[in-house]
Ligand binder design. Structure first.
Ligand code: PHE
Length: 357
């Protein structure tokens, strides 16, 4: 019996994998295994012989079973160690310095704007770039005959004469997202809607496609004072200048009443533009209290709800912040320009990590 014991204990200790262990288990303690066969012999022994051989065989069986279990566990541990060693990866290594692509300043600024407004509780909403003239104009209190339609240099989608679907336009502003959002979600709401807009216009400060960000806050008691605070918080964070001054000039938009254009404080020293100091002003957005007709078009009761809206040029504020002189360069896809004004792909703007580094 000691021979049997030594044979199996040694073989188990030397087993290289689970298959070998399983074979050993069958050979030793399986139904027709050596130990099982010897146990069958017990019947032929004298009672005295059986009294010593029986417990000895049982003990041997237990010993082999626990040796098998122990070896199985050791093999599994070794396999895990091996995997951990083979798949080891140093995540603290720096990324390759090589920079093949960069983030476009418009994408960067859109992320910055989103991070700042998200911090003030604004969600991001979206709408289509090709929209019906109802969303782009009528619902925003700009009826067919209104001069604002002509002023907007609208691109109309081509329609065959017999096509009786409603006319579609390339949206001339992000304001139709106000209507779509309120239609779907009602009031109260607090959103921004960044995106592309289109107008037939082209010179140093105008391109036929450009970017805006719409803001909309509707609740029971929202006023122009809230608009002013939100915008001042935004400009201070965006331009990274505390206490930046804003100037509200009375204006007119069909979709807001009252309406205001907003300027930010700046100075020109030796041809250098500085934001947030001096006594010059730069216009950056249009805004106002959402017109009751607009709320009604979007299914929101103007007797119960009120709020502000604004529309800001993303390209404009990107030019101001990053000192980009010509708007047209944004859309030229000139690689040297992109390398100069682009941002590293891993620098995600956040308020705690810094908006722009
Ligand atoms: N939609 C206006 C524009 O494109 C801007 C604006 C938005 C003004 C919201 C007031 C309120 O000029």
């Amino acid at each position: 019996m000691t021979d049997l014991r030594d044979k199996y204990i040694q073989a188990i200790a030397a087993a290289a994998d689970e298959n070998v262990l399983e074979d050993l288990r069958v050979q030793a303690v399986g139904k027709k295994g050596e130990i099982s066969l010897q146990m069958r012999e017990l019947g032929r022994m004298t009672p005295e012989e059986r009294q010593t051989a029986g417990p000895a065989l049982n003990a041997l069986k237990d010993e082999i079973n626990s040796a098998l279990a122990a070896r199985k566990e050791a093999l599994a541990d070794a396999a895990l160690d091996e995997r951990l060693r083979a798949e080891w990866l140093d995540v603290t290594l720096p990324v390759r310095a090589q920079r093949t692509g960069s983030i476009h300043p418009i994408s960067q600024v859109t992320e910055e704007v989103t991070a700042i407004f998200a911090d003030m509780g604004f969600a991001v909403a979206e709408g289509p770039q090709v929209d019906t003239d109802w969303y782009n104009f009528d619902a925003l209190n700009i009826p067919g005959h209104h001069p604002a339609r002509a002023e907007m240099d609208t691109f109309y989608m081509h329609r065959a004469a017999e096509d009786d679907r409603p006319p579609h336009v390339l949206r001339t502003h992000t304001s139709p997202v106000q209507i779509r959002h309120m239609e779907q979600h009602g009031a109260p709401c607090r959103i921004i809607a960044p995106g592309r807009v289109y107008r037939a216009d082209y010179d140093q400060t105008h391109t036929p496609m450009f970017n805006q960000v719409e803001g909309l806050a509707i609740d029971k008691d929202i006023s122009m004072a809230n608009l002013k605070w939100v915008l001042e918080e935004f400009f201070a964070a965006f331009f990274e200048v505390d206490g930046i001054k804003t100037r509200f000039r009375a204006s007119h938009f069909p979709f807001t009443e009252p309406s205001a254009e907003v300027d930010i404080q700046c100075s020109w020293v030796d041809g250098q533009l500085k934001i947030g100091e001096g006594d010059g002003w730069l216009e950056v957005l249009g805004s106002g209290m959402v017109h009751p007709h607009v709320l009604r078009s979007a299914g929101v009761d103007p007797e119960l709800w009120q709020g502000f809206a604004f529309g800001m040029g993303i390209d404009r504020i990107a030019m101001l912040k990053y000192g980009i002189p010509d708007l047209r360069a944004f859309f030229d896809s000139d690689l040297r320009w992109l390398r100069h004004y682009g941002f590293a792909a891993l620098d995600v703007p956040t308020l705690h990590g810094g908006l722009s580094r």
